[in-house]
Write a protein that binds this ligand. Structure first.
Ligand code: SAH
Length: 343
């Protein structure tokens, strides 16, 4: 298969063109055709010579997705199942959410996930591969086209561990940020990680202005390791050290995600431990009522417990909010996205 031309940042595309003996400014024209005009063939790039259009067509393809299924929730959330149109006909899911401040897309970064978190559906089917940068961006292009909207925010909270696909995620963000690309600022992008410590340092040093979310879920190593095997490699102390470094370098607040599971991590002792862990940090806690998944070991805490947990944190000076559950009726809520096979 030819290389997807949407994989390149504008700088990389300039290099590609230089190597073809073309002027680098052509890259800007091509970028605009791809991400502003969103053409599907090289022939439509009418300010390029016919000869160059042919040369591009010989070397690259313009990757697109096919919508296999689209589900709409009672709350307006839409879940898309895409065929990424690779040789293996891999399928991924992405979610469109509507908030009062605009539209947010939850994108996948990998086809499957290696992290093995016990409460998450994304680990159900074996890992296939990481997504290319063009495929990460394509989720946005395809949804904007189908729903006829422009989105304002992007969260890397779909299938996969974004920091396990670091280079392509960074490349996709550059394309999304580029004024000639999707022109969406890094401040409107959140990356969520299960806690790949070395990559958190790398992200901090990249000076990217996006928001970092950490899937914490417990402040106790024993409990967290049971829920998230990644904690065996990078225990809580190391994770928090990395977070402190991130805050120091970027001066940005970190959002800690905490999915509350009944009789597991939702009692006031857990809240107390969490306060001790995060006290004094530039942090915010996002409490998520844990979503039920097939064969999942955990059930949702009661509303009463969730509110008690939040109030305990707030009273202790830790800002905590409860995440609105969107799309759970169509399995589009946190932790419910999964790689699928064509039946
Ligand atoms: N791999 C990344 C991003 C994907 S998960 C990460 O782990 O952060 C996006 C968020 O949904 C994470 O905070 C994740 O822990 C949470 N999540 C996963 N399964 C869930 C479930 N069943 N209920 C609620 N939240 C869940």
């Amino acid at each position: 298969m030819k290389t997807n031309i949407k994989n390149f940042t504008i700088e990389e595309l300039k290099e590609e063109l230089k190597n073809m003996g073309e002027k680098p400014f052509r890259a800007e024209q091509i970028f605009k055709w791809l991400f502003s005009d969103r053409v599907q063939t090289f022939d439509e790039m009418t300010n390029l010579s016919i000869d160059l259009r042919k040369k591009l067509d010989d070397k690259y393809r313009i990757g697109t997705f096919e919508i296999v299924r689209k589900l709409e929730s009672v709350d307006g959330t839409k879940k898309y199942l895409f065929n990424v149109q690779d040789e293996d006909k891999n399928l991924i899911e992405s979610v469109l959410m509507s908030y009062h401040h605009g539209y947010t897309i939850c994108v996948s970064s990998q086809i499957g996930c290696k992290m093995g978190c016990k409460f998450c559906a994304s680990t159900g089917i074996p890992f296939a591969r990481s997504l290319e940068s063009g495929e990460i961006v394509e989720q946005i292009l395809a949804i904007e086209k189908d729903s006829n909207i422009r989105i304002s925010n992007i969260v890397f909270m779909g299938i996969g561990e974004p920091l396990d696909n670091f280079d392509n995620v960074m490349r996709a963000i550059k394309i999304i940020n580029d004024p000639k690309g999707l022109n969406i600022g890094a401040r409107h992008i959140s990356i969520s990680t299960s806690g790949l410590v070395p990559k958190i340092y790398e992200l901090a040093d990249s000076k990217l202005q996006c928001t970092l979310s950490i899937s914490l879920h417990s402040s106790n190593n024993k409990k967290r390791s049971e829920m998230m095997p990644v904690n065996n490699a990078y225990p809580i102390e190391e994770l928090i050290e990395a977070c402190k470094y991130y805050i120091k370098v970027t001066n940005k607040r970190i959002s800690f995600e905490y999915a509350l599971a009944k009789d597991n991590n939702d009692n006031l002792n857990d809240a107390k431990e969490l306060v001790k862990l995060l006290k004094g940090m530039l942090a915010h806690v996002n409490l998520i009522p844990i979503n039920k998944i097939e064969d999942g070991a955990y059930t949702k805490s009661s509303n009463e417990n969730i509110i008690k947990f939040r109030d305990y944190l707030n009273d202790a000076g830790i800002v905590a909010t409860i995440r609105r559950e969107l799309g759970s009726d169509i399995d589009a809520a946190c932790g419910q996205l999964r790689r699928q096979n064509l039946k």
